[in-house]
Design a protein around this ligand. Structure first.
Ligand code: SF4
Length: 359
């Protein structure tokens, strides 16, 4: 079986070229072609000798994802639907940063579907199809980067308006389809390549979890950690059990303990994501319970008013007054709180919506 060069770590690639009798610098050339120049075939690597390219073509290849669909929202969010080798599909979402018009956050998927079945999530309704391999995670970044470099996803109007034209992905978030900590080995391998081969700082990468406690502990053990976001969504077990079945396995007491034990580097905070579901978890009492629950944890809270557009989960959007009141209670307790506006609602940008609508 041929080796997929994108699946290899830096050390593995070095060993690979040395085993072919090549000098170590050849691995750096290959890395440059794949991760900086976004080469799609070995034949493009024109600074490798013809003989070496022929030899590589015999035993190795560079994988790619097939871009099936892309949509652009009025708010600048772009959504991509990719087809994998086995015909499964995954989504990635490119979101303009609030500050810095040239910079984007890319939200990537870690699994096809998800086993956790959070009741408000379209991906949860699909169930788990399979884990992504590291190269499939990495390819989402490489392909979107390639499109940015080709200037094919930045409208000319924006490119000329108050920007210097150098668009870039500044942040990566594992908040697309899937629970990344349920695919720890491949996500860990992808994280290594994203940092060591693509050059992203771990400070610019966030891994979001619904609360897989062994995964949180393993992430803490992998050295200088990526940022962690915990999808909390309720401050008592009764409500959380109802909307996030994973809570029956890892309840709030265990989850909060794991968060308290997570070794945060200086100046970093755990992000708690809280989807406000109308009439379910958005009362003043819920807000007070949340204050008590996360007391003592260096954190910031993202409140995400649920947006039912194109969704069939049966939950309601909370009234704006309730969202503001919820935020007020948290702020009064000294917490850092951001209300995250729903991005790309007109293009089905919430997790799993585009895939669900694709036939
Ligand atoms: S919210 Fe995340 S963890 Fe929950 S079902 Fe959806 S993808 Fe899975």
């Amino acid at each position: 079986m041929k080796t997929n060069l994108k699946q290899l770590t830096k050390e593995e690639l070095l060993l690979f070229v040395e085993n072919l009798g090549q000098k170590p610098y050849r691995s750096r050339q290959i890395i440059n072609w794949i991760y900086k120049k976004h080469a799609t075939s070995i034949n493009e690597m024109c600074d490798l000798s013809r003989d070496f390219r022929d030899e590589l073509n015999e035993i190795a290849f560079i994988s790619n994802l097939n871009l099936l669909q892309r949509r652009v929202s009025k708010d600048g969010t772009r959504k991509f639907l990719f087809e994998l080798e086995d015909g499964e599909t995954i989504e990635s979402v490119l979101i303009p940063n609030i500050r810095g018009r040239n910079k984007f956050t890319l939200c990537i998927s870690s699994q096809v579907g998800c086993a956790l079945g959070c009741r408000f999530c379209m991906t949860g309704l699909l169930g788990l199809k399979r884990n992504l391999r590291a190269h499939e995670i990495i390819d989402q970044i490489i392909i979107v980067n390639r499109l940015i470099n080709l200037n094919s996803i930045i409208p000319a109007a924006l490119a000329n308006k108050g920007t210097n034209g150098n668009f870039e992905i500044s942040n990566i978030v594992f908040m697309g389809m899937g629970e990344p900590l349920n695919n720890f080995n491949e996500v860990g391998r992808a994280l290594r390549n994203i940092t060591e081969l693509m050059g992203f700082s771990r400070r610019k990468i966030t891994v979001s979890t619904a609360g897989i406690i062994p995964g949180i502990r393993k992430l803490a053990d992998t050295g200088p950690a990526a940022n962690i976001a915990v999808s909390l969504n309720a401050a008592n077990d009764e409500t959380r059990n109802r909307i996030m079945p994973i809570n029956k396995k890892y309840n709030l007491t265990k989850l909060i303990k794991a968060c308290k034990e997570f070794p945060l580097p200086p100046n970093r905070r755990i992000t708690f994501e809280y989807v406000l579901l109308g009439g379910i978890n958005d009362s003043g009492k819920d807000a007070l319970l949340l204050v008590e629950l996360i007391r003592g944890i260096k954190s910031k809270i993202n409140l995400i008013p649920y947006n039912p557009v194109h969704s069939s989960t049966g939950f309601k959007k909370p009234p704006e007054s309730r969202v503001l009141e919820f935020q007020k209670v948290l702020r009064k307790a000294g917490l850092i709180v951001i209300i995250r506006k729903s991005k790309g609602a007109d293009i089905s940008a919430a997790c799993g919506q585009l895939r669900a609508g694709y036939k």
